[in-house]
Design a protein around this ligand. Structure first.
Ligand code: HEM
Length: 264
């Protein structure tokens, strides 16, 4: 089977070119990966949430007689499902971790000088990723449509609308009218949050990784001391991928404990 595929897809060439890429062994180089793990967990938990969330502010009556927006009622429904509250909480805390880890990753890039030639382009792609991650998190804030969400989103609406020249258009595109009040706001924020922004993030992350593979990593300082002028690190396959698998499992385990202890 391998031979058959290799003759057609040059798997050996691919292995030599991509999977033997040397990955530096230094804890600070895991920050980019933690950002990536947080994003993967956000996509997986987000798929579960979209299956049960209703992006609408039409009024519905709860079994206890209260009348609430449908979006909020669907969040209560998610919390009542087996593991529903923990999965929603994992989504919430992973969004925080993604932004914090991307920020720390950026600090590593700045402090180690990894932004310098030839990596300026990837630095800019990274900045766009950080900005986009913040906007994506913000669009998710409004969705439960409880008091906290509405207050936080109203502040965001004010900030967006007050940007000179483009403010009113931007607010119109993001919120579909005045916030709170506009019936279009939640469906609009929802489609941005679950479709357009994640697609853009995926495309930019793909570009970020492709540029990183092409340019190769910078070397941590100890590597320059130990083996000057040479690339020091473990091959992407199998060592680095095994380490990534372990780190990903640790990430999911620790974050699930945190999500369960501090429900969103
Ligand atoms: C969603 C956000 C981001 C993700 C998922 C991400 C992911 C990664 C990963 C996995 C790596 C390789 C491992 C590492 O060096 O840590 C990397 C490298 C890199 N990232 Fe990011 N990153 C993000 C944001 C940023 C930001 C905010 C910046 C800077 C403003 C940035 C600039 C870079 C640069 C310049 C490299 C190459 C580093 C080197 O060669 O040593 N990234 N990124």
């Amino acid at each position: 089977m391998y031979k058959w595929l290799d003759e057609r897809l040059d798997l050996t060439g691919l292995y030599q070119k991509v999977l033997r890429k040397a990955f530096p062994v230094h804890h600070s180089f895991f920050l980019g990966e933690i950002t990536l793990f947080a994003f993967i967990v956000l996509v997986l938990t987000g798929i579960f949430l979209t299956l049960n969330f209703e992006p609408s502010i039409r009024e519905v009556r709860l079994p206890d007689g209260r009348t609430v927006p449908a979006a909020y009622a669907s969040v209560l429904y998610i919390d009542s499902l087996p593991f529903g509250a923990v999965i929603r909480s994992l989504h919430h805390w992973s969004a925080h971790v993604m932004i914090a880890a991307a920020f720390l990753h950026m600090l590593r890039i700045l402090l180690s000088g990894a932004y310098k030639k030839p990596r300026e382009l990837n630095y800019l792609v990274g900045l766009a990723l950080l900005g986009l991650a913040v906007v994506t998190a913000f669009t998710g804030y409004a969705l439960p449509y409880d008091n906290y969400a509405v207050t936080a989103t109203r502040i965001g609406y004010g900030i967006a609308a007050s940007i000179p020249w483009v403010g009113s258009t931007l607010a119109q595109v993001m919120f579909g009218g005045e916030f709170p009040g506009s019936e279009k706001a939640i469906p609009r924020l929802y489609s941005l949050h679950v479709l357009w922004l994640p697609l853009l993030l995926m495309a930019l992350i793909g570009m970020h990784m492709a540029i990183m593979m092409k340019q190769k990593h910078t070397q941590p300082r100890y590597a320059e001391r130990v083996a000057p002028g040479r690339i020091l690190g473990v091959p992407m396959y199998p060592q680095q991928l095994v380490m990534m698998g372990i780190l990903f499992a640790l990430y999911v385990g620790i974050m699930t404990l945190i999500a369960g202890a501090f429900l969103a």
